[in-house]
Design a protein around this ligand. Structure first.
Ligand code: GLA
Length: 381
């Protein structure tokens, strides 16, 4: 990634007041559970979005980035009308000012954004962008916004301004994570627990295999699955699908049409797998994550039907090549698979997966390992 302070100065003709950054995330387990009141176990990754920013003397916000041409300029009063890529950063500013009812007291901003979080892979480039802008603006504007409030603000920007009906998994990971730890997010109880991972100490690594099949959660399967979950919950008479108890699950799901029963089974069993995974890590058994990941992949593929053949092929190939377990990560309908691997075998497994996946006629995947990293914060201090 280029130096955002230098690029800011080139774009706006003066140095920024500071730089901030926020990470992408990999979800270890617990998919499509956030908006269903279940649980997830994400890590923030060592791929980040950086923002250089400075206050202006008027009520104008200007935002530029290395990944799109031109500078978008808008008055603070019009931020809710932002569209295209700038809906993410400008939508966050709108939601932040709305939450703090501060719109009439703050000055404009200049923002320059760059990122090495890959887009469309399922590692939450959008939440990284939202979180980086949110921490930058809250500090420059002197707002008292807590990290927990920022999670809801970034989600609101994504839902309302960018138009993607997503939950709070990604924003929680980007804003609340700590290095070498996962977050156990319980969306029903509204609790967050930091679970030290110890992957480095155990000689393990998380390998990301990007299928290069792209998804877009503002359209397509994500919204369809979300509506199916709401329909299943309504038919079962529960507020949220994760309220269905795991004990006696099959009997409880019997009244549902077959496809909706499978959606519900995924939500309930993935929430259970999350708790098992967190317990394994807490007990110092990180290798036991492997079979949990593989079972979670089968659930996303068969019950939630949110995987695609190229990602299925990558997950199968990773396990065949010696990964402890592998699964699709993120919202699905494309994107990436993660594999838990012995660190000294990561390259060999990545090469074997690439050979097998391309041999089966799928696009050549991109592979990289990630480390569990810290959440959003000031980057120049
Ligand atoms: C996307 C959404 C999240 C979550 C996941 C699936 O990443 O942004 O809110 O629903 O999909 O677990």
């Amino acid at each position: 990634m280029r130096d955002v302070a230098t690029d800011f100065e080139r774009a706006f003709g003066a140095a920024p007041e500071g730089t901030w950054s926020a990470p992408g995330r990999v979800n270890l387990v617990g998919e499509h559970t956030d908006y269903n009141g279940g649980a997830s176990l994400p890590i923030a990754i060592d791929r980040r979005t950086a923002v250089a920013a400075a206050l202006r003397d008027d009520d104008v916000v200007r935002v530029g980035t290395a990944f799109a041409d031109g500078i978008v300029e808008m008055r603070i009063a019009d931020l809710a009308d932002a569209a295209g890529w700038s809906a993410y950063p400008l939508g966050v500013l709108w939601a932040l000012l709305d939450a703090e009812t501060a719109a009439d007291r703050v000055r404009g901003l200049d923002l320059w954004i760059d990122s090495d979080v890959p887009v469309g892979v399922g590692v939450s480039s959008s939440a990284a962008l939202e979180a980086a802008v949110c921490v930058a603006a809250a500090e420059l504007w002197g707002l008292p916004t807590t990290r927990e409030a920022m999670v809801a603000i970034c989600q609101r920007a994504e839902n309302v301004v960018a138009g993607a009906p997503t939950g709070t998994l990604d924003q929680s990971a980007a804003l609340l994570s700590h290095a070498d730890a996962a977050l156990l997010l319980d969306f029903g109880a509204d609790t967050v627990e930091t679970v030290p991972l110890g992957l480095d100490a155990a000689g393990l690594a998380v390998l990301v295999i990007d299928s290069t099949v792209r998804h877009d959660h503002t359209s397509g399967g994500y919204g369809v699955r979300r509506r199916e979950c709401e329909e299943a919950a309504a038919l079962l008479g529960v507020a949220l699908l994760a309220d269905v108890p795991a004990a006696g699950l099959e009997d409880a799901l019997a009244p549902l049409p077959e496809a909706l029963a499978r959606r519900a089974r995924h939500v309930v069993t993935d929430t259970l797998r999350c708790r098992e995974a967190a317990a394994a890590v807490r007990d110092g058994r990180p290798r036991d994550l492997g079979p949990i990941l593989t079972a979670a992949h089968a659930s996303m593929r068969d019950d939630f039907e949110a995987s695609v053949p190229a990602v299925d092929a990558a997950a199968d190939a990773a396990v065949a090549a010696g990964a402890l377990g592998a699964r699709i990560t993120g919202g699905g309908f494309g994107g990436a698979c993660i594999a838990l691997v012995d660190v000294d075998r990561a390259d060999e497994i990545a090469a074997a997966v690439t050979a097998r996946v391309t041999g089966a006629g799928h696009p050549t995947p991109t592979t990289f390992t990630v480390r569990a990293s810290a959440g959003a914060g000031r980057a120049d201090r």
